[in-house]
Design a protein around this ligand. Sequence first.
Ligand SMILES: Cc1cc2nc3c(=O)[nH]c(=O)nc-3n(C[C@H](O)[C@H](O)[C@H](O)COP(=O)(O)OP(=O)(O)OC[C@H]3O[C@@H](n4cnc5c(N)ncnc54)[C@H](O)[C@@H]3O)c2cc1C
Length: 451
Amino acid sequence: MKNNDISILGSGLIGSLLSIYLRKRGLDVHMYEKRADNRKSAYKEEGRSINMALSDRGWKALEDLGLTEKVKPLTIPMYGRKIHDEHGKTTFIPYGKEGQAIYSISRGKFNQLLIDEAEAAGVNLHFEHKIEDVSLKDNTLLVSNPEASHQKIHSEVIIGSDGAYSALRNAMLKQVRFDYKQEYISHGYKELTIPATESGEFAMDPNALHIWPRGSFMLIALPNPDKSFTCTLFLPFEGKRVCFENIRDEKDVEGVFKTYFDDAFELMPNLSKEYFTNPTAALINIECFPWMQGKSLLIGDASHAMVPFYGQGMNCGFEDCYILDKLINKFGTNAWELVFAKFQKVRKPDTDAICQLAMENFEEMKNAVSDPKFQIRKKIEAKLHNLYPLDWIPLYTMVTFSDMPYSEAYAQGKLQESIMDRVMADPLITQNWDKLDYEDIIDQMDKAKAV
Ligand SMILES: Cc1cc2nc3c(=O)[nH]c(=O)nc-3n(C[C@H](O)[C@H](O)[C@H](O)COP(=O)(O)OP(=O)(O)OC[C@H]3O[C@@H](n4cnc5c(N)ncnc54)[C@H](O)[C@@H]3O)c2cc1C
């Protein structure tokens, strides 16, 4: 039987990044991936969003590994949301202060870069190696690959970064006192494209995340370096109104797009073909505990898959890696069980908080962003933050542009929300918002914090 120091399951974004961290400590790191090497064939993700928003927590881990300058050229900054109403009118809502942005990046290219870096660092890569099972009592992997149908590999440490349907988590599920909760939401998603214009330019402002919020459903678009946009259509699977189940042919697709997303429709020459070729994918939230059994640990989506509406799944997974590395630094590589125990203890309240926030942000994105009062609310919060930068930090800023623990951001965000609800209850708020007593709002916040 083969013997490894460290086996990482899955070479997605989190597994690849973690493998670099561990290899830098001089450990013998093996990474097992069920798919073929995505650097050798045209990259094809099965129904997973092709580009994603990278923000401060993600950048922090990349910076820590000296990868910022390599990743930057793959990104496009998005400084705010551009809201498209049903008549094609757009409104820009900045994400934060001037210059603050989240960064659109292709999942495939990013993953390839991280795998290249892992390989250069000396990580042993094993593609087309599927983990069939994990024996937790003797830390052994049962692996199948094209050459050997069932190979046993013993490993001192096993880390499951094998995503929402993790094989390591499945093994943990068979243990007593393992808590597990999964929830599919009512909506699914489908990818579509707005290609570059005939003259090779972006068809819309590339420095924004475009949103077409329509109540129970929405379309979003993120820019790509090749001047196209990847759009994601979020619809309920079934229902009486617009939903995947009710879109059966080209006429239905065109009808929905012309009615609700007409300005986007004009820019989507391949809409019908893509709609029926691309898969419809489900969205899941997973929470489980404990994340460890002896010297095995779950990380990233394997331990806390969240719905994508805060753009934090990958960023949170990168932050997992950063925090784990700092604990290894403190306690050494001979104390894995202690490191893992500390890791899950410190991290679980934070991942619970971001999973919850991601669920709540779904409502905000598909509904509230198109409400003029929502835009006023954002303006009031931005002004409060400008006037009192330490006392009032908008929730989105705490989550996206800081590394404050998610659970603290959540708690402070809830206090601020209750105060803002009172402020927004004023029927004249749309006219008066600029003349509010901003100092009084901060006083209310101080009092609420003191309780
Ligand atoms: C529509 C959508 C949009 C998103 N947008 C954002 C965003 O803007 N910003 C953000 O931060 N996050 C976003 N996310 C979340 C982000 O995609 C995930 O949090 C992140 O990809 C998790 O990475 P991971 O490495 O933990 O898991 P995965 O990316 O799922 O990688 C797991 C890897 O393990 C492999 N694997 C699985 N099972 C086995 C097995 N048995 N044996 C061997 N290998 C196996 C898989 O092939 C895969 O390569 C989005 C998610 C979705 C669905």
